[in-house]
Design a protein around this ligand. Structure first.
Ligand code: 13P
Ligand code: SF4
Length: 335
């Protein structure tokens, strides 16, 4: 370990308030290897006027240690649009970094690991959207933010899991009786169940949320009849039907903060439960969870390297970025 990455008294003191929150998540020995990275990353952020956007699926060391703006896809996009920082480091997956670059073309947007993809984003291309539009002329295309800039550029409006229903209903109010929703078929089916607008969907799925089953919930309720189950709308409709509450990662976080249930189970990515547990010591987080291998590519050493070298940088063809921006702006306007 370099001299700068030692667990010195100064590092221990500066990171003590963070460890106080995370002492259930990390043993002292483990913390001593993480804290020097947290300390150095925070120093570099200040020196370079950089801001770290951290998605709710980041591990607690990243989420609480170095994240400046934390939240769901919608919140990260909204805050990226407002930031005064020169550099944005996206601790999440590639489509989130692209969204930040679309909204802030003049800023340097860095991604600690360019291979952090998304099964939804990989399920569809711009050419696929063009073919859908040819097959269904005049029908607006609502595209989940979990897509490439290319796909957004071919779409009329973007949505996230927290505003998908609202956006579809707004289009309904504008006189559209049918919309195309890409690429998540489960999100589309879950929205379709709650709106009068007809939804045509694409066959994409999230490799994490598709693995949950209604039986996971039924089994857990046998052991804990007071458990409150929250599900992300990327889960299959049968899972949503068994859950007590459905929402984006930020909406789930808000629900737990406000309701403080005795026990809760989240049908979503594992780090989300760890982060909620750290902030809500009176709520027992139990049950099953699934790991997103893409989100887990982001680590403290990679964030440090990315800030030190100011690379790799996310670039988007300006013409594609400007068309994609129209769809993202339309979403921000409607939500
Ligand atoms: P949220 O917008 O709810 O944070 O979801 C993003 C995501 O990738 C969920 O798998
Ligand atoms: Fe994509 Fe699913 Fe991972 Fe979210 S959890 S980034 S939707 S693969």
């Amino acid at each position: 370990m370099s001299a700068q990455l030692q667990y010195t008294e100064e590092v221990a003191k500066a990171t003590a308030p963070i460890y106080e929150k995370l002492s259930k998540q990390y043993e002292q020995e483990q913390w001593e290897s993480l804290a020097p990275y947290i300390y150095r990353i925070n120093q570099l952020k200040a020196e370079k006027n950089a801001v770290i956007l951290a998605h709710n699926y980041m591990t607690p060391d990243i989420f609480y240690g170095v994240g400046d703006i934390v939240g769901d896809s919608l919140m990260l996009a909204q805050e990226a649009a407002k930031t005064k920082a020169n550099i944005i480091v996206q601790c999440g997956v590639h489509f989130m970094a692209e969204t930040a670059k679309i909204l802030c073309p003049e800023k340097k947007v860095l991604m600690p690991d360019m291979k952090a993809g998304c099964s939804l984003s990989e399920s569809i291309t711009g050419a696929d959207v063009r073919a859908l539009k040819e097959k269904h002329p005049g029908i607006p295309v609502v595209t989940y933010v979990n897509t490439s800039a290319d796909v957004k550029a071919e779409s009329d409006v973007c949505c996230t899991s927290s505003n998908a229903l609202k956006i579809v209903n707004e289009l309904g109010k504008q006189g559209h009786d049918t919309v195309i929703m890409t690429p998540d078929k489960f999100l589309a089916q879950n929205v379709a169940a709650e709106t009068d607008v007809k939804v045509i969907f694409w066959e994409g799925t999230c490799m994490v949320h598709e693995r949950f089953t209604p039986q996971d919930i039924i089994d857990m309720r046998k052991s804990y009849d007071d458990i409150v189950v929250l599900a992300h709308p990327e889960c299959p409709p049968e899972v949503m039907a068994e859950a007590d509450y459905a929402g984006s990662t930020a909406q789930m976080d808000k629900f737990i903060k406000e309701k403080q249930p005795k026990r809760a189970m989240l049908m979503t990515e594992c780090s989300m439960s760890d982060n909620i547990a750290a902030a809500n010591p009176n709520v027992e987080m139990i049950g099953t969870c699934q790991m997103c291998p893409h989100m887990k590519r982001i680590t403290l050493p990679k964030i440090l390297h990315c800030l030190e070298t100011e690379s790799p940088e996310v670039e988007i063809d300006p013409e594609i970025a400007s068309r994609a921006r129209k769809a993202v702006d339309k979403m921000l306007e409607l939500s």
